[in-house]
Design a protein around this ligand. Structure first.
Ligand code: BDP
Length: 715
């Protein structure tokens, strides 16, 4: 008993002294990039003079803007500026077209856009945050706070900005039982069981975080949808979430199961050309809008991986999408129809199937439909060339789908900042209308003059305290919002802002973290799928390597289908001598990939099957290059771990330790990836390792025997 008491006393005492000794202790990641910690003392009075009072009119959104400013300024400057209705020196004045207080709002200001201007109103020097609407003001308030969070001046401001895309949406692959498909951050945020009575306060913090980066929509349920989410009880639950998100400019959407008229309506068919089916959807849409007046619309995964769809009735995707679009149209709703399709009954290269199914329907989709296309033609791999559908359907509104959750890049454990991958996809040139027809310009509507534009990100958010399962995965949520706001953004700028807001404004810390983030995705490519390889992950859960898997029923579920390693060489021939997937690209886009000798080596094995002794740019034979690149990936992770270790004492202890633990796991798993893949490929290439590099001697059989029945995030 005495011993226990002593231990308890010691624990308490030690914890208290440690907290005193280490002022950085105690962050748990919950605050994301909205930490609002005190700024440098030297700057406080400067900022304060321009943020003394907040002058605003009343509306739930303007209230949210004002209270965010109070929270943020209070935290960073040590004193919370009061709300006031009268303009005074140093006030922040929030204005909208409905109540502009004499400030001339630019006539062309977008509804969601804002102006932040240092000016004079009623003879007082003030900062005006003007929005094209209330939500524009909210976005402006977050931008103002970001200036202080990132150590910039708030003097002489003249900023105008607006989102470049209309729909900036998170897709939650959340099931009604709380499991998140491909989720690595705990279970679903949405407590479907207790909603609508219990509305978790976290939903407000979720909405704040999204509004801070301009995300304006959330699809609440998994694309592999249950019809139940369209029943009245679940619509009422969704309505409670919608109500919480509304002041923050967010709409909710639902994934719709195409066969719902049969499952819920008792119809014998879900044929989109059957009038009874169309009538059922119209009735359902009317019901939804009676419960959720600003409902955004439907996301649909049809005729893909076992989901029902119009193809079940020999109808096209356009016929299916348009039928739903018609039901939503009177209410202002839209349809996001996914192009992620491939069939087990089709022996065609999987990378070609979506194009073959969708491209002929160009021009047939209704004006409230967007075709939602993954960045690459296979499936969110660490590196893929851009999807050939981009730019190939000029009469169709195309939106981007990125995966924020890291299904194929090491789950939440591996540090991989995805923004460089997204920037690579967005800046890829489709040549659809000549040089400079980038994917970014396809999706922002400028290339083909489309009105409705968008970007979706498969969310990495769950009920983990730090939201995303790891501190660095918050950066991917943040970066997604920034790219959805402006697809021309630069990943290094985003990383810099995020690091400053999330970790520290100390230039040394920023200069350490940003390069580490910028190289992290490439490191994953190196130790998982270098030189254009793809989909080597073990089957089902996609955790760890499984290049040897070749016996599953559906050919394209086997990693061996993708690497095609044999005694002669390795890689997927997508030229004329192979699947000719290259022909789906504009000839100018395809040209640099036609000849293996000229192909950018990062895509070599994606497009070509080349001999093991193929001479690489380094002068090394391909086999040696493969070994060297895998090894380099491991070295890069070791370097990240060491770099991070050097930040000890400059980062709060709890988050520092959490990142350290993840990097330790990542280093071990990178080594496993390298060793397992090279051991397997060596069993086929029969070549020695280049001098100085070794393998541990574990057999392919031993690697194959490792099974992970409890790996998270299963489909
Ligand atoms: C794959 C995932 C699967 C998803 C599918 C999709 O493995 O869980 O349902 O994509 O996007 O990447 O529909």
């Amino acid at each position: 008993m005495l011993r226990r008491l002593l231990i308890a006393f010691c624990l308490l005492f030690c914890a208290t002294t440690a907290a005193h000794a280490d002022p950085l202790k105690g962050e748990d990641g919950y605050d994301l990039w909205l930490r609002y910690r005190p700024v440098e003392a030297a700057k406080i009075s400067d900022y304060k003079t321009r943020s003394s009072v907040i002058v605003t009119a009343k509306s739930p959104t303007l209230d949210a803007a004002a209270s965010e400013l109070q929270r943020g300024l209070g935290g960073m400057l040590g004193a919370t500026p009061p709300n006031s209705s009268t303009i005074a020196d140093g006030a922040i004045v929030l204005v909208t077209p409905a109540d502009n207080r004499g400030f001339a709002i630019p006539a062309d200001l977008d509804r969601e856009g804002f102006v932040i201007k240092s000016t004079t109103l009623d003879g007082h020097p003030v900062t005006v945050i003007a929005g094209g609407s209330d939500v524009g003001v909210l976005y402006g308030a977050f931008r103002y706070l970001k200036l202080i969070q990132t150590g910039q001046t708030t003097a002489g401001l003249d900023i105008q900005d607006a989102p470049k895309l209309d729909l900036r949406v998170l897709d939650h692959w959340d099931n009604l039982d709380g499991h998140v498909e491909r989720g690595y951050a705990g279970t679903s945020l949405w407590d479907w069981w207790r909603l609508p009575d219990l509305v978790d306060t976290r939903y407000t913090d979720y909405a704040r975080a999204n509004a801070s980066i301009g995300i304006n929509g959330a699809v609440l349920n998994n694309v592999n949808a249950k019809a139940d989410s369209l029943t009245e009880p679940y619509l009422k639950k969704a309505a409670a979430i919608a109500e919480t998100l509304r002041p923050y400019g967010m709409k909710i959407y639902l994934s719709a199961r195409f066969s719902a008229p049969m499952e819920l309506g008792g119809l014998k068919t879900a044929d989109p050309e059957d009038p009874a089916v169309a009538a059922w959807w119209q009735m359902k849409a009317n019901e939804i809008y009676s419960i959720i007046p600003d409902f955004g619309g439907f996301l649909v995964k049809a005729n893909s991986e076992g989901q029902p769809g119009p193809g079940d009735y020999k109808r096209t995707h356009a016929q299916g999408a348009n039928m739903l679009a018609k039901a939503l149209k009177p209410h202002g709703g839209i349809v996001m129809w996914r192009a992620f399709v491939y069939s087990e009954h089709d022996a065609t290269d999987r990378a070609k199937q979506a194009y073959l199914e969708f491209q002929p329907s160009d021009g047939q989709f209704a004006d409230n439909v967007l075709v939602q296309i993954k960045n690459g033609a296979i499936d969110f791999q660490p590196r893929e060339p851009f999807h050939p559908l981009f730019g190939a359907m000029p009469k169709t509104q195309q939106m981007m789908e990125f995966q924020i959750t890291k299904e194929y890049l090491g789950f939440a454990t591996h540090l991989a900042y995805l923004a460089p991958m997204w920037e690579e996809a967005l800046q890829a040139d489709t040549f659809a209308k000549g040089k400079g027809s980038t994917v970014a310009n396809v999706i922002d509507g400028t290339l083909d003059g489309h009105k409705l534009t968008g970007m979706a990100g498969v969310a990495n958010i769950g009920d983990d305290r730090n939201w995303t399962g790891s501190d660095f995965d918050q950066a991917n949520w943040y970066a997604f919002g920034r790219f959805a706001w402006n697809p021309e953004s630069k990943s290094a700028d985003i990383a810099t802002d995020w690091a400053r807001m999330t970790w520290s404004n100390d230039p040394k810390v920023v200069a350490t973290i940003v390069p580490m983030m910028m190289g992290s995705r490439e490191a994953v490519v190196h130790y998982m799928t270098p030189l254009g390889l793809a989909h080597l992950m073990d089957t089902g859960h996609h955790y760890g390597p499984g290049p040897w898997v070749s016996e599953l029923g559906r050919p394209e579920w086997n990693p061996a289908y993708y690497h095609k390693a044999d005694a002669n060489g390795i890689g997927f021939d997508r030229t004329k001598t192979g699947s000719n997937a290259l022909a789906q690209y504009h000839p100018a886009a395809a040209k640099p990939w036609l000849d293996p000798k000229k192909t950018d080596e990062r895509f070599l094995l994606w497009f070509h099957h080349v001999p093991w002794d193929f001479k690489m740019k380094s002068g090394r034979p391909l086999w040696d290059e493969l070994v060297v690149t895998y090894s380099q990936g491991v070295d890069e992770v070791s370097a990240m771990r060491k770099t991070w270790a050097g930040l000890e004492g400059q980062i709060d202890a709890a988050r520092f330790d959490a990142v350290t633990a993840n990097l330790t796991i990542q280093e071990r798993e990178a080594q496993w990836w390298r060793d397992a893949c090279l051991t397997y490929f060596q069993s086929i290439s029969k070549r020695p390792l280049p001098a100085g590099l070794t393998l541990p001697g574990t057999t392919v059989e031993d690697y194959r025997k490792r099974v992970f029945p409890y790996a998270p995030g299963r489909g």
